[in-house]
Design a protein around this ligand. Structure first.
Ligand SMILES: Nc1ncnc2c1ncn2[C@@H]1O[C@H](COP(=O)(O)OP(=O)(O)OP(=O)(O)O)[C@@H](O)[C@H]1O
Ligand SMILES: [Mg+2]
Length: 591
């Protein structure tokens, strides 16, 4: 019997004879939390925050792998691995470095499918029906999959919102987050930034992000690496409890101390499975006295016999639960905003920087052309700098969220919109300070503001492309000057276009900075009468705008063409770098 009201539903067992189980346990009276699984006789239901809906399986799933093989660079990194993992077992995958543990784990959870072989979850082929099984799987990679900048509670809140259907009440999401935090023993740390936690606590938060969706199968890649023995034991113990609570858990590890907590141990050597049984029987099988001696014997162990006969025939999934997911773009934008707010020192730096640069530039010079040149280069620097690390630093999180159904475009657009907003604010703040301190820069503010806004967008595009195409944060950081120095050199400010040889002139026409410069040059001449003294007062703008020898003395300059072309080129840069970033993240999805 279910009673209560939205926000507090209570379930009571009215003496069912066939036995009702809530989350695998008999119950009397319980308050319902999002994701709770009710089993009545042969039927399973899942509480979605509003009602119970039919569900695929109610407890840990059975995982079967048959003859999984994979080749990379001419070597077999997975060699005909066959195993069957029963429901609610806790299985460890061990082996020396490079033995293929991560490869096997990724093949089992379909992150990086094997070249041949079959994997089924409760008899359903995971490679063919990934969408159907997606909500049943949890995967914790070696790196963090929640933003380090946010407090634990907030980080998990956004992870949950990305995972649950659109109509899930937010109060229910808060409840499931609170319960997950307490389940992981992190209640006292709920308000601490994830980045400030210890390694073990941080790992538990990543596990928590996966537990939110109540997976029936949880994969973890080296969850204990970098932990001290006590943190390691605690994490392994919590995985043991998780398995007992109705989740099949498979985790790779290097360490042997805690294998007694596992139901099964899989030992890999050069891609081959050499042992798959209870940990207790490993001693006999390897002829060793202590488990810690196992590694010495692994290279000599014979592989297990190949699977006999044909693979088990997979079944078709009977229903396709496809709950409407919450609009991810909005949630990602909210999360980005929360990240920005979470670190006020960083925010202060973001806003202080342009003000300081504006003051410095106008202190040194009152030359309008030079001031505008600095406004442009600073804007390029702001945008590129803001964006260059954004994607590469959270690739593991992106990869994981991609697996739960996040779109590439939603992810990239959320980054682009957030960073563009910040960069535009920075750029206009800089411009405002410059206008104020120079008591008016001169020229047409309309063109100047347009140029800075367009440059902000293009520079964020450039930064995102750098970030998406870099392999490491260091690489991204090093690429920024490599992209920005040519912007100074080929901008047409110094040397001006008229002084460039044909080769550099051609290159400069392709540069975003030269496009901005064209708009700034136009802004300085806009509505003014062309006179001989302009050649002296604005040598750069004169040289650039008169490159085609079209300026005439006495003419009122109102030719929008260079500026419009410049703005169009900046737009083209924004779009093309966005597309490049899109391809960049597509190439990085599978690690
Ligand atoms: N994409 C790839 N291209 C080429 N070789 C690869 C690729 N992925 C993995 N390998 C190779 O496959 C082997 C197994 O790699 P894997 O990462 O699965 O090992 P591991 O057991 O997880 O090692 P570790 O304990 O260091 O994490 C290694 O020799 C590795 O170099
Ligand atoms: Mg590995």
């Amino acid at each position: 019997m279910i009673s209560g009201s939205p926000g507090k539903w209570v379930i009571e067992d009215a003496g069912s004879r066939s036995g009702s189980y809530l989350n695998g346990r008999l119950f009397q009276r319980e308050e319902l939390v999002l994701g709770d699984i009710l089993k009545i006789g042969p039927f399973g239901f899942r509480f979605d925050g509003l009602r119970f809906v039919g569900t695929f399986g109610t407890t840990g799933a059975v995982l079967e792998a048959w003859e999984l093989s994979k080749t990379a660079g001419g070597t077999k990194i997975l060699d005909a691995v066959t195993l069957r993992i029963e429901a609610c077992q806790f299985v460890g995958v061990i082996g020396p470095s490079g033995a293929g543990k991560s490869t096997l784990l990724d093949a089992l959870c379909a992150l990086r499918p094997a070249d041949s072989g079959q994997v089924t979850v409760d008899g359903v082929d995971i490679y063919r029906h990934y969408e159907f099984l997606r909500d049943s799987l949890g995967y914790v990679p070696q790196d963090d999959i929640v933003p380090l900048e946010l407090p634990v509670e907030e980080a998990l809140y956004y992870s949950a919102r990305l995972r649950f259907p659109a109509e899930t009440p937010l109060a229910e999401i808060r409840k499931v987050v609170a319960r997950t935090i307490s389940q992981l023993g992190l209640t006292e740390r709920a308000g601490t930034r994830v980045g400030s936690l210890s390694g073990g606590q941080r790992k538990r938060v990543s596990v928590g992000a996966e537990l939110l969706g109540r997976p029936r199968l949880l994969f973890l890649d080296e969850p204990t690496s970098g932990l001290d023995p006590s943190a390691e034991f605690k994490l392994m113990e919590s995985l043991r409890l998780l398995a007992a609570g109705g989740c099949t858990v498979i985790c790779t590890t290097h360490v042997m101390e805690n294998v007694h907590l596992m139901d099964r141990l899989a030992v890999l050597s050069e891609g081959r499975l050499v042992f798959f049984d209870e940990p207790g029987s490993a001693r006999g099988a390897f002829g060793i006295e202590r488990m810690t001696q196992l590694y010495e014997r692994i290279p000599h162990a014979p592989r297990l016999p190949d699977a006999a006969g044909a693979p088990p025939k997979p079944r078709e999934p009977e229903q396709h639960p496809s709950p409407r997911r919450a609009p991810a773009l909005r949630i990602l934008l909210l999360r980005q905003w929360a990240i920005l707010r979470a670190d006020w020192k960083n925010l202060l730096l973001v806003l202080g920087q342009p003000a300081l640069i504006g003051l410095m530039v106008t202190w040194v010079t009152r030359d309008p052309a030079l001031i505008l040149f600095f406004a442009m280069i600073s804007t390029l620097w702001f945008g590129c700098g803001n964006a260059a690390q954004e994607i590469v630093k959270e690739l593991p999180m992106f990869r994981r969220e991609r697996l739960i159904g996040l779109g590439r475009h939603e992810y990239l657009l959320s980054k682009f919109l957030t960073l563009s907003r910040i960069t535009v604010v920075q750029s206009l703040l800089l411009y405002g300070v410059m206008q104020l301190c120079a008591s008016g820069i001169g020229g047409s503010p309309g063109w100047q503001i347009g140029a800075l806004v367009a440059t902000s967008l293009a520079s964020v595009g450039l930064g995102l492309a750098i970030s998406a195409l870099s392999r490491t944060i260091l690489q991204a950081v090093m690429l920024v000057p490599l992209v920005l120095i040519p912007q100074i050199l080929f901008s047409g400010f110094t040397p001006p276009a008229g002084d460039m040889k044909p080769g550099p002139y051609f290159v400069s026409r392709l540069m975003p900075s030269a496009s901005t410069q064209a708009v700034m040059d136009t802004s300085l001449f806009w509505g003014k009468k062309i006179t001989g003294s302009m050649r002296v007062d604005f040598p750069t703008a004169f040289s650039n705008l008169n490159h085609d020898k079209s300026l005439r003395n006495g003419q009122i300059y109102q030719n929008p063409r260079p500026a419009v072309e410049g703005l169009a080129a900046l737009l083209a840069w924004t779009i093309s770098t966005y597309v490049a970033a899109w391809f960049g993240i597509r190439g990085k999805e599978r690690g």
